[in-house]
Design a protein around this ligand. Structure first.
Ligand code: GLY
Length: 438
């Protein structure tokens, strides 16, 4: 590779902090910028106050600063077509085109793609009429998901235990506009049973390379109870995805998805995130996302061996063949510290203390998600405030290090789950016991 790259990270959450942190470790990177970034990201990048929805403003900025590569974090600018706009301006982009981002932006598109190309997923039907949707839910009986087709900030998939619940959800989406236009078209699908994991594949339009698997914790409370959130923690790798299962997912899900997209004339570049349920009959897609997961990235990226700038540029240029992705041994675990009230309305603006002490721990990185700088103090500025991440040879050690760092940090009304990684740790514990008794 020739001269150094000027890179713009689009986004300002924990995922983008992890991306900027990893990019800053690359020798290929010249100047690093972030739009809008956050106080954590500002350690490596010049942060510019542009909202992620301001795709034309971001494009103007990218041209004026001679950006070579844009690394887009969130789905909103991708679904608004930021890739196409930047590429037209001659800037390479890590992220799918407007049409390809429909894999996340339209559940109807992605479910029909899966149906057409025999990619395993839950049985489903699509509805644009309220009465038809309710009749179908009644015929289905119990145990189903009602999903708004469009983007709904991670809240658009709702479980319905019986048809009455389903009817209320359908009314909320299709009649009462709870997700605006995103909910006027719905997918109703069977519930799948099993353990879910997140699979990240870097794609170049034809081929892909997978990163280590991960698992997030979407519910607010320990033991996976309470309302859904954007994610209260994550760990990587997920033991439910052993080597054979990963090969199976690559063969039965990732490659057919890329082939299907190419056959539709919409080659997929960037990060394909497949949420996969490991059912008794094999892996099945729960949903696709068109970007890195948050907070999974905070656990996956510390284990990435390859050079993220090189990986992203090669994906953007449509040829991953010469790139080594690789994975470090060991495990990483991220605990999200949230503001009181999250995922509902929360009070913000409270000073955060202990960041320096926590960050000085070995193999620990505190990723900022919702923070702001106020009179030279870091204060809370969002629901999810920090992603406290640690990595080590074992998941148990990574977990202990992450929680020991969490103990050093405080802010008013802070809360976090105490059981991040419990599923994998229980599994390991059971395996250890059965080995000892053999
Ligand atoms: N952690 C779930 C997501 O990023 O969509």
């Amino acid at each position: 590779m020739g001269s150094k790259l000027n890179i713009l990270v689009v986004g300002g959450g924990g995922r983008e902090h992890a991306l900027a942190w990893k990019l800053a470790q690359s020798d290929l990177v010249g100047k690093l910028y972030a739009a809008p970034g956050n106080p954590g990201i500002s350690e490596y990048a010049v942060c510019v106050p542009l909202k992620v929805e301001d795709v034309t403003g971001i494009a103007k900025f990218a041209v004026s600063e001679s950006i070579n590569l844009a690394a887009v974090g969130p789905e909103i600018p991708l679904c608004m077509g930021i890739t196409d706009i930047l590429e037209e301006a001659g800037i390479a982009v890590f992220g799918p085109s407007f049409r390809a981002a429909a894999i996340e932006g339209s559940k109807v598109f992605s479910k029909n793609l899966m149906r057409k190309y025999n990619i395993p997923t839950a049985a489903f039907e699509v509805f644009t009429l309220y009465d038809d949707a309710v009749s179908y839910a009644r015929a289905l009986g119990d145990d189903m998901w009602v999903k708004a087709s469009g983007l709904a900030a991670g809240k658009g998939a709702v479980y319905a235990s019986d048809p009455d619940v389903a009817e209320r959800i359908i009314r909320g989406m299709m009649v009462e506009s709870m997700f605006g236009e995103s909910g006027y078209e719905v997918v109703i699908e069977d519930n799948m049973r099993g353990e879910e994991a997140s699979i990240f594949a870097v794609c170049d339009g034809k081929t892909f390379k997978t990163l280590v698997s991960s698992q997030d914790h979407k519910r607010i409370l320990d033991g996976d109870s309470g309302p859904n959130t954007g994610g209260m923690g994550a760990y990587a790798p997920a033991p439910v995805i052993d080597r054979n299962m990963m090969r199976r997912i690559e063969r039965e899900i990732i490659q057919p998805t890329l082939d299907g997209m190419a056959a539709e004339g919409i080659p997929y570049r960037g990060l394909l995130y497949a949420g996969v349920m490991i059912t008794a009959s094999g892996p099945r897609v729960v949903e696709y996302n068109c970007r890195f997961g948050d907070p999974e990235s905070q656990a996956v990226l510390p284990l990435l061996k390859g050079d993220l700038a090189e990986i992203m540029l090669s994906s953007a240029q449509g040829d991953l063949s010469g790139v080594e992705v690789g994975a470090k041994t060991g495990s990483a675990l991220c605990v999200v510290m949230a503001s009181g009230g999250y995922p509902g309305t929360c009070r913000k603006g409270f000073p955060v203390s202990g960041l320096k002490e926590a960050g000085e721990e070995k193999n620990v990185k505190v990723f900022h998600a919702g923070t702001a700088l106020e009179e030279s103090r870091i204060v809370t500025a969002g629901g999810r405030v920090l992603g406290v991440t640690a990595w080590s040879d074992s998941l148990l050690e990574a977990r202990n290090c992450a929680y020991s760092a969490v103990d050093k940090i405080s802010f008013q009304d802070a809360f976090y789950r105490k059981d991040i990684g419990y599923r994998a740790l229980q599994k390991q514990d059971t395996e250890d016991r059965s080995q000892k008794s053999e």
